[in-house]
Design a protein around this ligand. Structure first.
Ligand code: DGJ
Length: 734
């Protein structure tokens, strides 16, 4: 071991669930190697003899730092294939002969754009490691931040770019991290795509030479891609729902982002993510810095299911406000699909009374309560109560809602303005714009330039007032269009593109300040459904609206994709009326059981419901309350995908293992084919469970079965016809 200094000690019991004690970051000074280990994975880096910081390992846990091969300076393969291209540089500057996706690209005022980053120093503090790299000539630095979550199996990375020179520079690309997959072939990429009302659709494809880009250029996270990826070794190397190694990552940024997945000619698979380089230009004066977003990543040897369970737990414990001690999400009612803009006091009170009878805990009034908001042509920006609709302000409504035992929530869309609004008439300059050019409207609205301090301050005062004057415990924070003409004419031309970053930072700051002042306020992130769902906004909100598509069959696939990247707990899902999208009508129980996959809500027009509907709904809301702790805080097993299968099912196991819940759906039976056997997962084989069926659709099961039987013999369900559904609850016997 020579003069090796082990900075931290580890005691690992290797196996599928390695047990970790002690600190998780080891450093070998003689070998210049760092080994970062969590319960589920390890990550290693080293400095080669040229001073380049190289990635050395990412995968299942290692425990001996001496097992990590130190970084070696490689030779050029040919004049066309320089060693820089095979070095696995951890955070490569664009400079020298480097042709892949760089982590950092800068331009100096004199036009010089060469940047070669070498190791300078590092510090380890607990589970945090900072490594500083510097250009070979200039005082341009990148400090790489690593933070390990040993119990969660997640590594957080970001970078601070620092201009310590005496002249201005312009950052042209600033990425958070590059991740390298172990040398290998046949990698498969999984990612989520979508559009309005069709979010989080799953995609899977082989990684070939070349680059695949997942991104948003829209100013928000966007419906089109979620900033999440997972990579596995394909069918031959596992690549299943519950088997095989899976490398995954999620970027915490709600503005323009980009993740580039590359396979180089040298069979390296590298994933680089951070600010989108599209229209990016960020000047730094001497002494100024730029922080990149956090990029979280991990590895699981338990397939896609194992990877998503790690992310769910991580999101709940480390990302969401309140962490592990945050309450379970209440059952909510939202008025949007029932009343759209036609909200008024008697109408909302009538809905609230019916909702309360069903056991709803949070009543949210959606769009239409403010300004001249009778349709989407007017009113955005005028955040005062519409007196025609609510002559008593919101006081009576809120009072009645509270009297009925429910909390009250309010819809807001603070970042937007209609031309037909007092705010726009007073401050036409507050929207992002290029002077003299058209201001494109989408849904008749324009985007306020939240990058401007006066806009942020104004929005804080408006939201603070709304939260202070009304007993409003909840904001549904909507954002219904993408950016266009992102001009900031008040700044010098060279600085105007800072808008892309400053807008999102100010949005975060605004929410942070609001929550600080109103610690009991909860927020739902909505952007026309799932347009703003990422780990950056999730640090500040309690749940999200996954999609405006509430049609239950479509939802099954949207929700399956959603749970790849995000926790069921935050996935607000409503039961709405039929026929819904696709002109499809599904039974009320089917709609309820689909919405129970996350945070249950009701968005139907209760004035149209029959007695029978109320009886069914009452039973199902009560049922949900008996399982929601397991659904929202437990481990999710996606037993059978709705893609390509006539029967799909999901299972949740409570954190203490005492309860397990199965939700199963039949889409369309053909040829009288029985539903496939359900094989439970994640149970204790040696334990005995009571088996309770929601509606008697479990066939031939004794009321008690062992975990071994449930997982290996499975259960048969009687699911017949179209849109049949059922739920089964297991309770572990003491
Ligand atoms: C889009 C949201 O996704 C809907 O739920 C609803 O709040 C509307 N906006 C209101 O305009």
């Amino acid at each position: 071991m020579g003069n090796m200094r082990i900075c931290a000690t580890l005691a690992l019991v290797l196996g599928s669930a390695a047990t970790l004690t002690g600190q998780a970051i080891q450093f070998s000074e003689s070998q210049k190697v760092w080994l970062l280990t969590t319960k589920y994975n390890s990550y290693a880096m080293g400095v080669d003899s040229n001073g380049a910081l190289q990635n050395l390992y990412w995968g299942a846990p290692l425990w001996r730092i001496t097992d990590v091969q130190p970084a070696t300076a490689k030779r050029d393969i040919s004049s066309f294939d320089p060693h820089q291209m095979i070095d696995n540089e951890e955070f490569a500057g664009w400079g020298g002969p480097r042709f892949y996706e760089a982590a950092l690209k800068v331009a100096r005022a004199n036009g010089d754009r060469d940047l070669v980053l070498k190791y300078v120093s590092h510090q380890i503090r607990g589970n945090e490691l900072n490594i500083t790299l510097k250009d070979i000539r200039d005082e341009i630095e990148a400090t790489l931040h690593y933070r390990l979550y040993p119990e969660n199996g997640v590594l957080q990375r970001s970078a601070t770019i620092r201009n310590k020179t005496a002249a201005p520079i312009t950052v042209e690309s600033a990425q958070s991290a590059t991740w390298y997959l172990p040398p290998g072939q046949g990698y498969q990429l999984n990612y989520l795509t979508g559009r309005w009302a069709a979010e989080t659709q799953m995609n899977r494809e082989p990684i070939h030479e070349g680059a695949k880009i997942l991104e948003s250029r829209k100013g928000n996270t966007s419906h089109n891609f979620n900033p999440w990826f997972s990579i596995d070794r394909g069918e031959g190397g596992g690549g299943g729902e519950e088997e095989g190694g899976v490398w995954f990552g999620s970027l915490a940024w709600s503005g323009n982002w980009r993740i580039t997945i590359e396979q180089t000619p040298y069979r390296q698979v590298r994933v680089t993510g951070g600010f989108n380089t599209f229209d990016f230009s960020y000047p730094l004066k001497p002494g100024e810095t730029l922080d990149t977003p956090e990029f979280y990543a991990g590895y699981s040897s338990a397939g896609a299911g194992g990877a998503s369970r790690l992310m769910h737990k991580f999101e709940r414990e480390q990302i969401l406000p309140g962490g592990a001690s945050a309450r379970v999400r209440p059952v909510l009612y939202n008025s949007w699909e029932a009343t759209t803009f036609a909200v008024d006091e008697p109408g909302q009170i009538a809905l609230a009374e019916k909702a309360a009878k069903l056991g709803v805990e949070l009543f949210v009034i959606d769009d239409g309560w403010f300004g001249k908001r009778n349709n989407d042509h007017a009113g955005l920006g005028d955040w005062f109560v519409n007196k025609q609709k609510f002559p008593n302000g919101l006081t009576n409504l809120i009072g009645r809602v509270n009297q009925l035992g429910m909390d009250f929530g309010l819809w807001v869309e603070p970042e937007m303005v209609n031309r037909d609004s007092d705010l726009y008439r007073a401050h036409p300059d507050w929207v992002m714009n290029f002077p003299g050019r058209p201001r494109s409207e989408l849904r008749n609205q324009l985007v306020l330039n939240l990058a401007r301090t006066e806009v942020k301050d104004y929005l804080f005062s408006v939201l603070d007032k709304l939260a202070s004057e009304n007993n409003s415990k909840y904001f549904k924070w909507d954002m219904n269009r993408a950016f266009s003409e992102p001009g900031w004419p008040e700044l010098a031309p060279a600085d105007q593109r800072k808008l892309w970053v400053a807008y999102t930072r100010n949005l975060y700051d605004l929410i942070d300040k609001l929550r600080q002042k109103h610690p009991k306020l909860e927020i739902e992130s909505c952007s026309g459904g799932g347009g703003r769902i990422d780990l950056g906004i999730l640090r500040r909100v309690d749940e999200v609206w996954a999609s405006d598509n509430t049609e239950a069959l479509d939802r099954l696939r949207i929700q399956e994709g959603f749970t790849q990247a995000h926790a069921p707990k935050i996935m607000s899902a409503w039961v709405t009326d039929v026929p819904n999208m696709n002109r499809r009508s599904t039974p009320l129980q089917f709609r309820f059981l689909v919405a129970m996959q996350g945070a249950l809500g009701i968005g139907a027009n209760l004035n149209h419901w029959s007695e029978e509907d109320f009886t069914t709904a009452d039973k199902l809301v009560k049922f949900y309350k008996t399982i929601r702790n397991t659904v929202q805080t437990g481990s999710l097993y996606r037993l059978q995908s709705p893609r390509g299968h006539d029967v799909s099912s999901v299972e949740y196991v409570a954190p203490d293992g005492k309860q397990a819940v199965l939700l199963a759906y039949r889409h369309s039976q053909q040829y009288s084919t029985p539903a496939p056997q359900i094989y439970w997962r994640g149970l204790n084989a040696a334990a005995v469970y009571t088996v309770a069926s929601l509606d008697g659709k479990v066939l031939n099961a004794s009321p008690e079965l062992s975990g071994a039987s449930l997982m290996n013999q499975g259960l048969s369900l009687r699911l017949t016809g179209d849109y049949d559904s059922t739920a089964v609850v297991l309770q572990k016997k003491e």
